[in-house]
Design a protein around this ligand. Structure first.
Ligand code: CMC
Length: 391
């Protein structure tokens, strides 16, 4: 095939240069703009990390308050977006609503299409980072049949989101600081992960000069699948199905059986062949949150035991299969009160910042061209058309 390389699943193809996120899968290292994820998760805030991902440097006081001010001035949705929600069945999957309504923003902000202009790109970046929590919370409220709660710009990014999800007009709502910190950490941990499937989708969609909100919708669609963002939902469902510690060996045996398609959800990663550093932070957060809420969850017991057994099995060790971030995040999110079908919505909310940073980096590059992979054709060779009666 001439000078082309055949690389299905892109296991060895670098599709772009990037200065945003670095992963060393062997060492289990993840850096955003050079900063270790563990330090950012423990010491920073999501909004500061968003600034870092977009701009390349941590903000000083003045830059931070300007950024915060800009974001909080874009948190409202156009009222007509509400009719998009009303068009969905009440039991629609929240990811269906999120894909549709984020895509619909392209109809409201078509000027942001001028992706070659810095100012238009800046506005698109601010708008999407600001509006995604409002949209994600609206998906939740629509699903549970409660009225929309408007954003409160005096709260933190995570605090405002939790309030939009869990406040009801009849009662005052106070954000628990431990829960708020946990939510913020989950957002930081999921904010970017270099050229994963959804980010590559966003870059490919954006490479044609498409509207940025339409590109974000493409990313959300890709993230939905159980091999990607849907893994935490799948992991929690699996832990619930296992149910008790004594049933673990049966599921381990199934995961090892090559005639059984079953996989241990929340285990393994395309890039990490040692412990996912996000999983280490998430494991600690899980204990903090369950401790704060006074929850003794049998699912957590199953998770801890499963992790212990799997990590001592030759099958998992020799393949570099360790628990990934999604193994724990589902347990925390359900303790926070989110139904499982909201998990990927929360992942999308956090990853939007990474997607828009990557989209922007791509378009800032003067050598940027449309993405156009090639293929290895394995179909019929040339043949003549035969009229239908003669086939
Ligand atoms: N349980 C049992 N065996 C597994 C698992 C698993 N979870 N994951 C991989 N393997 C085996 C696989 O059968 C193969 O074995 P062999 O070499 O004997 O055929 C070997 O490990 C390599 O697997 P692979 O499918 O070639 O690896 P991949 O890089 O294509 O897939 C993965 C990575 C994450 C899709 C996969 O590990 C998986 O399906 N895990 C479960 C789903 C999951 O937790 N996904 C979340 C990923 S992290 C969040 C995100 O990026 O969105």
């Amino acid at each position: 095939t001439g000078h082309f390389t055949f690389d299905p699943g892109f296991t060895s193809t670098c599709s772009t240069e990037s200065q945003i996120t670095f992963i060393d899968g062997e060492k289990g290292q993840l850096l955003y703009r050079g900063y270790p994820i563990e330090q950012l998760a423990e010491q920073s805030t999501f909004l500061e990390v968003a600034y870092l991902l977009v701009n390349g440097e941590l903000p000083d006081d003045k830059q931070y308050s300007k950024f915060q001010n800009t974001i909080t001035h874009h948190t409202m949705l156009h009222d007509q977006i509400e009719s998009f929600f009303q068009g969905f069945r009440r039991d629609s999957h929240p990811m269906a609503m999120l894909t549709g309504t984020v895509g619909a923003l392209s109809g409201f902000y078509h000027d942001d299409q001028h992706t070659t202009e810095d100012e238009a790109r800046d506005i698109a970046i601010h708008r999407i980072i600001a509006k995604i929590p409002t949209l994600a919370a609206r998906c939740y409220k629509y699903r549970v049949g409660q009225p929309h709660v408007y954003p409160d710009n005096s709260l933190s990014y995570a605090g405002n989101f939790l309030r939009m999800c869990f406040a009801v007009p009849a009662e005052p709502y106070v954000v628990n600081p431990v829960i708020e910190k946990a939510m913020d950490k989950i957002f930081i941990l999921h904010a970017d992960h270099e050229q994963n499937a959804s980010t590559s989708t966003v870059r490919l969609a954006g490479s044609s000069g498409a509207n940025p909100y339409a590109c974000m919708a493409a990313g959300i669609a890709c993230l939905w699948g159980p091999s990607h963002g849907g893994a935490n939902e799948a992991a929690l469902n699996m832990l619930r199905e296992i149910g008790t510690v004594d049933r673990i060996p049966e599921f381990i045996a199934r995961a090892k059986d090559k005639n059984d398609p079953f996989r241990l959800m929340g285990f393994g990663h395309r890039v990490y062949k040692s412990m996912d550093p996000r999983a280490t932070v998430m494991r600690k957060t899980t204990h903090e949150v369950l401790g704060e809420l006074g929850i003794t969850n049998p699912v957590l017991e199953v998770a801890m035991e499963l992790e212990k057994i799997a990590m001592n099995e030759e099958y998992f060790v020799s393949r570099g299969l360790y628990p990934n971030v999604d193994f724990y995040s589902g347990i925390v999110l359900s303790a926070l009160g989110f139904p499982t079908d909201m998990f990927t919505v929360l992942f999308s909310l956090a990853r939007t910042t990474g997607w828009i940073s990557q989209w922007n980096e791509m378009l800032e590059d003067p050598s940027q061209r449309i993405g156009r992979p090639r293929q290895l054709y394995t179909g019929a060779t040339e043949r003549d058309y035969v009229p239908i009666g003669k086939r």
